[in-house]
Design a protein around this ligand. Structure first.
Ligand code: ZN
Ligand code: ZN
Length: 371
């Protein structure tokens, strides 16, 4: 076989279409991965809607990639955790590969600052053959970071969405015994809950909905959940969220995973003195919100950090967490779709479609290219 199938988005606001392209040669230090599962996330929706300025179309999307090593160059070596990589191994592929040549790379980071990222799933298939998880194969170059795992594919595919909250918690200085509030119970919010619980949080509270997601939040480690649909009045909600915190004094860390501007000042109001607010939800411009420097920061001695990515270190930690989820990973994944239905997957994430697909409320959708 010399050709393989990909689902490619020709332009923004179009529908991905299945194309056939030649399997590229594997470089001496690279590897070819046969994709088992590739996640669909809100970033894919923003790309498809044209919300990412300067995005290079056409593009084969899919940056949450789990697959089996199909071919390996003799110089690839080990994975990030030191395991030798062999044909037949299941790997999680860290999608962003730094260039190695720019100033940020030459001074050794920080890792997300590379000026010329090569990102699997954000890539033009003409310039980068086998370039996204929504295809039967992904080609990794010599600087790619992969992680060998013996966990099921439905766990491993969650390592990328788990890496952003893990990086956010690390940047916030999360420590064993901290109390954590997570705003939003989408995939990233649920994985933030899992990460905080795994890391030894003394209390994890989640604000979100609907009820199926709150049930998942408790399964993933939340001690208490607040249903945003039931507590619509901000004052009533505030009382409930603070009542669930240790001594009613608020939380050491608040992680914003809802992507709604008003959740930011609301979240600051839940911080314990000296706490840290972690911004993860606004991956695209959803508008502005008002911050009062005294009330939100100084009066509570607060800090704020954001994270739009991760490092090989935080990615590896995230993989450890999702490996530990066991069968709970399957409770999060609601839809497994073939390449031909990538367009349905994107549309299902639009609020106007009420997060429904095939009569089932959407949790995590994954593309299964060989199904
Ligand atoms: Zn994503
Ligand atoms: Zn670079």
């Amino acid at each position: 076989m010399t050709d393989f199938r990909v689902s490619t988005l020709a332009e923004s606001n179009g529908d991905p279409e299945v194309r056939v392209q030649p399997i590229p040669d594997v470089p001496r230090d690279g590897l070819l991965v046969r994709v088992e599962l590739a996640g669909v996330c809100a970033t894919d929706l923003h790309i498809a809607l044209g919300h990412m300025p300067g995005f290079d179309f056409p593009s084969t999307l899919g940056h949450e990639v789990c697959g089996i090593v199909a071919e390996i160059g003799p110089g690839f070596g080990s994975d990030v955790r030191g395991t030798p990589v062999r044909v037949g191994d299941r790997v999680s592929v860290m999608p962003a590969t730094p260039c190695g040549h720019c100033a940020a790379c030459k001074r050794g980071g920080p890792y997300p600052d590379c000026e010329n990222w090569d990102v699997i799933g954000f890539s033009n298939p003409v310039k980068r053959p086998a370039g996204g998880g929504w295809g039967e194969y992904v080609l990794c170059n010599g600087r790619a970071r992969v992680f060998v795992s013996s966990a099921p594919a439905s766990n491993v595919v969650l390592s990328e969405p788990a890496a952003t909250p893990v990086e956010g918690l690390i940047r916030a200085g999360f420590r064993f015994g901290d109390s954590v509030l997570v705003q939003g119970t989408g995939t990233v919010g649920l994985l933030a809950i899992a990460a905080a619980a795994f890391g030894g949080a003394s209390r994890v509270t989640a604000i979100g909905g609907p009820s199926r997601r709150l049930k998942l939040a408790r399964e993933f480690g939340a001690h208490s959940t607040i249903d945003i649909g039931e507590l619509r009045d901000p004052e009533t909600r505030r009382e409930a969220v603070l009542a669930a915190s240790p001594q009613g004094l608020g939380y050491n860390i608040v992680v914003e995973c809802a992507g709604v501007p008003s959740t930011v000042p609301e979240g600051f109001g839940y911080l314990r003195r000296g706490g840290c607010f972690v911004e993860l939800g606004h991956f695209s411009d959803e508008g502005s919100t008002e911050i009062n420097p005294y009330q939100h920061f100084l009066s509570r001695d607060a800090r704020m950090v954001s994270s739009s990515g991760y490092t090989p270190d935080s990615f590896g930690r995230a993989l450890t967490i999702v490996e530990d989820l066991g069968e709970k990973a399957d409770h999060l994944i609601t839809h497994r779709l073939p390449l031909e239905r990538a367009g349905d997957a994107i549309r299902a994430l639009q609020a106007s479609n009420k997060w429904q697909l095939d009569g089932v409320e959407v949790g995590k959708i994954v593309i299964e290219p060989w199904s």
